[in-house]
Write a protein that binds this ligand. Structure first.
Ligand SMILES: [Fe+2]
Length: 284
């Protein structure tokens, strides 16, 4: 059967994609950020996941104010990198896994999560930047991807608790897929940042790190953080962190941290990165 073997949390800052595409990952500004992903790149090479369920948000590329799905799942064969205003990123197309994606969609919907099903869309930096951070610049991405898009752009966005519960349902869905597959789930977005208004540039190192602390071990404290706390403590865009909770929820009761990285600033945001594995309860 398919299994979720690990979870990855990561920022998906568009500027990181620019750094990769323009060969600047080793310079003074970007070097310390990319160094924090080297461990993960080597680990991913060894782990060889078959599929990544990639939780991200679209930034008005595939969706706009005409349609704002709260939770959407990509069931297509492939996805092209979106043109976000300066041409598509020079990265490979993203190959989907329609059989697994349809299975997850069916399982989630019968589990009372009303997913929007997407068969055709382009994917923006929210999805392609994490792939670049974890896999560099291959000719072809070494994994298939099931895109899972979350609305964190327009209020009302889903609660942390709902996101965590969706993760739990995703785990049930994956574990009922009969084919042997090594599946990872990535939660992307965040951390503290505010892009506009008088508080533009807001960063909160302490809060971000406490949030990452709460994703490790057997606490579920993070699922109960209210929206107002994200807004107040991490800026208007810090709400993207609820997407990390889908990843965390999918890892079960307890996790172990394999790797952690935090860096301020990148563009006007904080970079956070976490690699977790589920701690399975001992067989009775
Ligand atoms: Fe984002």
């Amino acid at each position: 059967m398919a299994r979720i073997t690990a979870g990855v949390g990561s920022s998906h800052v568009p500027l990181l994609g620019v750094a990769v595409d323009q060969g600047k990952t080793g310079d003074d500004y970007f070097g310390p950020i990319f160094k924090g992903y080297e461990w993960t790149k080597a680990w991913e090479k060894a782990e060889k996941p078959d599929v990544v369920i990639l939780v991200y948000n679209d930034h008005a590329s595939a969706f706009d104010m005409k349609i704002v799905p709260t939770f959407a799942i990509g069931c297509g064969e492939r996805y092209k990198p979106a043109d976000e205003g300066w041409g598509p990123r020079p990265v490979p197309d993203v190959e989907g896994h329609p059989d697994l994606a349809w299975h997850i969609a069916q399982s989630l919907i019968l589990d009372e999560f009303d997913m929007t099903i997407i068969n055709e869309m382009d994917v923006d930096h929210g999805l392609t930047v994490p792939l670049s951070m974890m896999f560099g610049q291959p000719e072809k991405w070494p994994v298939k991807v099931v895109p899972l898009a979350v609305n964190v752009v327009t209020y009302p966005v889903p609660s942390g608790n709902r996101c965590w519960a969706l993760g739990e349902a995703i785990r049930r869905a994956v574990e009922s897929f009969p084919e042997d597959l090594n599946v990872q789930i990535w939660g992307t977005g965040g951390m503290s940042h505010q892009l506009q208004g008088p508080r533009a540039g807001l960063l909160n190192r302490e809060w971000d790190n406490r949030f990452m602390d709460q994703l490790v071990g057997n606490t579920d404290a993070a699922r109960w953080i209210p929206h107002i706390e994200y807004l107040r403590e991490t800026g208007s865009e810090g709400i993207e962190m609820v997407m990390w909770l889908i990843m965390r929820g999918a890892l079960g009761k307890e996790t172990r941290c394999l790797h952690r990285h935090y860096h301020i600033p990148c563009s006007n945001t904080a970079i956070g990165h976490l690699v977790l594995e589920p701690v399975e309860p001992e067989a009775a």
